[in-house]
Design a protein. Sequence first.
Length: 318
Amino acid sequence: MSTLRAPNDLAQHEGFRRLLSVTSPLPAPRTAVAHPMSAEALGAAREAHDEGLIRAILVGPAARLERLAADNGIRIDDLERVPTEHSVGSAAAAVALVRAGKADAVMKGSLHTDEFLHAVLDGATGLRTGRRASHVFVVDVPGFPRPLLVTDAVINIAPGLAEKADIAQNAIELAQRLGIARPRVALLAPVETVNPKIPSTLDAAALCKMADRGQITGGVLEGPLAFDSAIDAESARIKGIDSPVGGAADILLAPDLDSGNILVKQLTFMMKADAAGIVLGTRVPVVLTSRADSRYTRLASCALARLLAARAARPPAG
């Protein structure tokens, strides 16, 4: 159970309360925090541990970690630690803890994203599965009636059709874990009609047919849809979009990383939205935070990891 109780604290945040209501009964996953060598990264790991969202395992250079903790008044004597020599070694060691069954999730500290993902997605020693890895932001926009899942704005630069099918499936399964029984997926494009000169419209149409044939399951797909038609019911009505997804999307699947990343940053910096993020399609949940992330983003992302780690830990039926 979270101990956040101050009147202006995160417990008063509607999006965070929703996450806590879903995840509070679940065990905290053992989380290997790779190279938490900044006050922000180390403090986030400490707070997430104290809030019961994770059981932090600090992976980084031992002496530097001790000095960092002392200089910033962060207690780490009760946390498990794995010593490494540098950031690349920290990423590799964090992933190795998962492969050895000693960690249930991985969290990026203050190392570069490409160093971290290189270890996570290494074909021989990483955490890949048979499905394409992808990232999902769960975005809480002030005044908007429901959370929006935006994918992929971090990992897949220019995904093809097969990759987009996995990206959609990953997001659908996360939405279901968040309590959305049959998520509505909008396949974003500039226009609502199929245009051979606009590849995103062709992919959207093909993905809809793949869903019809059972190649993507658990959600309702519609596309191509422009952003306004996906989230605004009046825009969908005016454009004649006769679909349960039009104006009511739960998941926004971007055509590529450029457009997805711009969309999320517009929502967070202009609309003051909060966005928790998680990597899916890997053996365990991967928390991929940024140096610019807010306290909310870091803790809510850990809550997502707890949700998914608990699912992965369940024994198979039968």
